[in-house]
Design a protein around this ligand. Structure first.
Ligand SMILES: [Zn+2]
Length: 405
């Protein structure tokens, strides 16, 4: 196999699921298993300033470099806790003919569901055995960055910028840059290598807010409840009924936002409903928040005597405007991929990334593809050739930073 695919398969086998219920950093100590392997390998490659922090952020610098800007490359070592991630056994499907791939437990990957899979017909598709996710999100990014470092060190004559790298923990539980030291990292601009299809460079994400509801009713024995019970369960149901179904995630795509009722729990006396709001524009987000307030007022008048508390909090913001100020970050990446002979486009990520937060911490960060798809599921897959295209695209991008367009 190509070295980047070999490397990916080796990293995928190391369990690194993050844990949303833990308050430690990193959230699971198993993330150190991979971080320590990477720390050793970076030193063996000849990287400078290799440093693994106590909270699980690994930094390093490629020695040399000769243009003014310092470019950072970032990937996360954790895998999503949404699917089993213990004991990943990567499977190779060589000479893939384009038909469905059947794995254990009836898990089936159908190319018709994936936007970019048929590109790899005749090549090698990598999946899990069906009992776990694969972890291409984001060990593919880790492997691509490691191979990029090796290439830079082995080819000191390349005209290129100074390159620094970082591997982060806990991206999947939204805490990837909680302990990130921007000064130690030292980049002027950065790329997360954490995207999907090779055809897309992402320059924006949602604005994201949470809207948490606490509903207090009145408990009365149902036999004598007439005229006095206030059922918080009913209020929670009404709340969700008042949300617009055409604005739910299952009915929203592309640059459309959504309102997503995430969880409901409750009894007659009290109920809690968690909702998240997503929108690419600030005006759209303001409208979604006004809508939540209108629902609160409506419920209060529908259920007199109930108490309805709505708490809305900002989670992350769209870095699109920051990236728009200096187009090189996105334009160079698009051109880098185009030089691999593929058609590319600038896209919007329908989710948050370390990059959206880093952009607001002073390091404008765009997101590059890895080639994987169906992340966070047991159907996750990546093609050997996709990994190779993503790697070549990144190398080309660094050359463009050194030489100009
Ligand atoms: Zn990821």
């Amino acid at each position: 196999m190509n070295p980047v695919a070999d490397r990916f398969i080796r990293y995928a086998a190391v369990s690194t699921a993050s844990d949303p219920d833990s308050s430690t950093s990193p959230s699971s100590s198993r993330q150190f298993d991979l971080l320590r392997i990477l720390e050793t390998e970076l030193a063996e490659l000849g990287m400078a300033d290799v440093f693994l922090s106590g909270q699980g952020v690994l930094y390093a610098r490629v020695p040399g470099g000769n243009s003014g800007d310092v470019i950072g490359l970032i990937a996360h070592v954790d895998t999503s806790p949404e699917s089993p991630g213990e004991g990943v056994k990567p499977q190779l499907h060589r000479n893939w003919d384009g038909s469905s791939i059947l794995l254990k437990d009836g898990v089936e990957i159908d190319s018709a569901e994936c936007s970019d899979m048929l590109r790899y017909r005749g090549g090698t598709i990598i999946t899990s055995d069906g009992t776990t996710l694969l972890g291409a999100d984001d060990k593919a990014g880790v492997a691509i960055i490691m191979e990029t470092c090796r290439w830079l060190i082995e080819n000191p004559g390349i005209r290129r910028p100074e390159v620094v790298i970082a591997f982060t923990p806990d991206e999947e539980v939204g805490r990837g840059v909680d302990n990130f030291d921007v000064d130690r990292f030292g980049a002027d601009f950065a790329y997360t290598v954490d995207g999907g299809e090779v055809t897309e460079v992402s320059s924006e994400t949602f604005n994201a807010w949470s809207a948490n509801w606490k509903i207090t009713g009145r408990e009365v024995h149902p036999g004598s409840a007439s005229g006095s019970m206030i059922n918080a369960v009913r209020i929670a149901g009404e709340l969700i009924a008042l949300m617009r179904s055409e604005e739910m995630p299952e009915n929203s795509t592309g640059r459309e936002g959504y309102d997503y009722p995430l969880s409901v729990k409750g009894t007659t006396g009290s109920a809690e409903v968690k909702v998240i709001l997503r929108d690419f524009t600030a005006e759209g987000m303001a409208e979604r928040r006004r809508r939540m307030e209108a629902i609160r007022d409506c419920l209060s008048s529908l259920f007199p005597g109930s108490q309805i508390e709505l708490t809305m909090k900002e989670q992350y913001n769209n870095p699109g405007e920051i990236l728009e100020k200096d187009r090189r970050l996105v334009d160079y990446a698009l051109e880098g991929l185009r030089r691999c002979g593929i058609e590319v486009r600038e896209g919007s990520i329908r989710g948050g990334t370390d990059g959206s937060r880093l952009s607001f911490m002073g390091v404008p960060t765009a997101n590059l593809p890895t080639g994987g798809e169906l992340f966070h599921s047991r159907r996750e897959w990546i093609a050997e050739e996709g990994l190779m295209i993503a790697l070549e695209g990144l190398k080309n991008t660094l050359i463009i930073w050194g030489e100009g367009l």
